[in-house]
Design a protein around this ligand. Structure first.
Ligand code: KIV
Length: 304
């Protein structure tokens, strides 16, 4: 997978295991209000990406609170080498698939490159499509403070917005790669200022990607909406990973993504077993049968 954060220095020490890793679940559907309450109570909520109804169904059964239909599906599902290739219409269709698979969790649509940057009017229409056609509960956009007026217009229209700050994968061409954000005092101030401005404009959630813990701490101090982190330390209210990274299906995962399963090798092994079975005409399962009478009749009709 191309989504690898540039490593400018050796990885820090591994995280200490949490005292109680099991997230608690309120009964009933999870809503943005549920997540807000969890954040207020200091209970971490778990988020993952999903791009199909089946995966969404299993992740919801696992207790995941929020599913993002990500623009990184351009890489993981469509095989491109960058997220900017995610088509808007397909993203909306897949967001709806995720919601059908997991109707009781919060589903977030991820607005692709150039679906919100060209004009506020186009952005609002496209964001609205995620709610009406994609059945999303909230839309996410990669933004800096200059998008605050657009977020305010979306808030006025009743569109819940999650502002993605820090490393912005839609900007990798400009940035020269997947480079962590906020590693100098000046850049850290900029990331925090983006988060503050976008919350003030009306964003109801923030997501920060690939920043040092100090930046996360400042964002938490200066904002009040739930903050989801990816490669941003343990202090965030929610944590998200790309599901293929978590499941061990990514060839070169980013440094912050630790796999908890090895589905890649498991899929390879299952595929190899199938190849072997087909080769030896041992395809398993149970066969369809004909009654003896029908079988004889067919044989007679065929002149045997
Ligand atoms: O598209 C993506 O994978 C994301 C991450 C933050 C999960 O936006």
């Amino acid at each position: 997978m191309p989504r690898q954060i540039a490593i400018e220095d050796p990885p820090g020490p591994p995280e200490a295991p949490p005292a109680d890793p099991a997230p608690r679940r309120d009964p009933g559907p999870i809503t943005l209000k549920t997540l807000r309450r969890m954040a207020e109570r200091g209970e971490p909520f778990a988020c993952l990406t999903a791009a199909d109804a089946t995966t969404a169904r299993w992740l919801a059964r696992a207790g995941v609170h929020l599913l993002l239909m990500p623009d990184s599906a351009a890489e993981t599902v469509l095989g491109f080498d960058r997220t900017i290739f995610m088509p808007l219409d397909l993203s909306i269709v897949l967001t709806a698939a995720v919601k059908r698979g997991a109707p009781d969790v919060v589903v977030m649509g991820d607005m692709p490159f150039l679906s919100y940057q060209t004009s506020d009017e186009e952005a609002i229409r496209n964001a609205g499509r995620y709610l009406t056609e994609g059945h999303a509960d909230i839309v996410k956009m990669e933004m800096d403070a200059s998008f605050a007026p657009m977020v305010a217009k979306m808030a006025r229209a009743g569109i819940p917005v999650c502002a993605h700050v820090g490393l912005k994968p839609q900007h990798v061409l400009k940035a020269g790669g997947y480079v962590a954000a906020g590693r100098t005092a000046e850049d850290a101030r900029r990331v925090v200022a983006d988060a503050v401005a976008l919350e003030q404009a009306g964003a109801v959630m923030l997501l920060v990607e690939a920043v040092p813990d100090e930046v996360t701490a400042r964002i938490l101090e200066e904002t009040s909406v739930p903050l989801i982190g990816i490669g941003a330390g343990t202090a965030c209210h929610g944590q998200i990973l790309v599901v293929q990274d978590l499941l061990g299906m990514t060839d070169h995962p980013p440094r912050f993504a630790e796999a908890v399963a090895q589905l890649g090798p498991a899929i390879q092994e299952a595929g190899a077993k199938w190849v072997q079975r087909v080769g030896s005409r041992n395809i398993g399962g149970s066969r369809y049968t004909m009654s003896a009478g029908e079988s004889e009749r067919l044989a007679r009709e065929n002149g045997r």
